[in-house]
Design a protein around this ligand. Structure first.
Ligand code: MF3
Ligand code: CO
Length: 246
């Protein structure tokens, strides 16, 4: 885990604030009939107007500013002319660079009226994040967070995606450690102060297996059942954690 200076923490807070506000804005746009390309363009413009740079664009060749993942798409959905429709769930993942520091966060939103099962999936995925965060303390193993997320998802009858994880974040969007959403309490590094991680449970309604489409990005559940995502950038301090994107 990479320690941040007080000046770097100021910039991480600002990156987080722009990311948070971009998600609040994104939520107001989610309606049946809007294309994911329109969402991407509007969110990108919002980030720039607020002094940030959308940092997914061109990251490892990624072609858009946001990831927008509908229903069975777990993560990394590429914006397109596809339109949201009533009953869908849509995950919007946003990354912002502010003066070289990164914010990264995601939410899954309902489109109009959705089924109770899909609403439960969204709710449990968000709860998984908070169950994990409760276990995030300086001096403890990061595995305590990972384990708590897995227990909450599975005790609600859902499954945890294994292939993708949260991550350390700072001047780079992805850095060590990997922040697993499953595993043993005794695994993982010892948590240290003045570091940031992105915690991001990806939870499937059905089975945990996924596959990636030929575009190299779009990640889909094997059983084509819905999946939800909830992510925040979290600052770990000596005596508390601060959620920078909420
Ligand atoms: N937001 C993703 C994550 O949480 C990363 C998006 S990949 C990108 O790790 F290529 F779109 F940037
Ligand atoms: Co992330």
């Amino acid at each position: 885990m990479k320690e941040l200076s007080p000046a770097e923490i100021v910039l991480m807070r600002k990156a987080g604030e722009i990311t948070k506000n971009a998600l609040i804005y994104a939520e107001t746009l989610v309606k049946p009939g809007i294309s994911t390309n329109s969402l991407d363009k509007m969110i990108s413009a919002y980030i720039i107007e607020n002094g940030g740079i959308p940092c997914f664009k061109n990251y490892c060749g990624y072609p858009a500013s946001t990831c927008i993942s509908i229903n069975e798409v777990v993560v990394h959905g590429i914006p397109s002319e596809r339109k949201l429709k009533e009953g869908d769930i849509v995950s919007i993942d946003i990354g912002v660079d502010y003066k070289g520091y990164k914010g990264d966060a995601a939410r899954t939103f309902p489109v109009g009226k959705i089924s109770p099962e899909k609403q439960k999936l969204i709710d449990v995925t968000r709860e998984c994040f908070f169950e994990g965060i409760k276990q995030l303390k300086v001096g403890e193993r990061l595995g305590k967070l990972s384990h708590a997320i897995q227990v909450h998802a599975e005790s609600n009858g859902f499954s945890v995606v294994r292939e993708m994880t949260g991550h350390g974040i700072g001047a780079k969007m992805h850095q060590s450690p990997n922040v697993l959403n499953y595993g043993k309490e005794t695994d993982g590094p010892i948590v240290i102060a003045n570091t940031c991680i992105a915690v991001e449970p990806m939870i499937n309604m059905g089975r945990k297996e996924i596959f990636i489409l030929d575009d190299g990005w779009t990640t889909i559940t094997r059983d084509l059942q819905p999946s939800a995502h909830y992510e925040n950038t979290v600052l770990i301090l000596a005596d508390r954690v601060e959620i920078l994107t909420l």
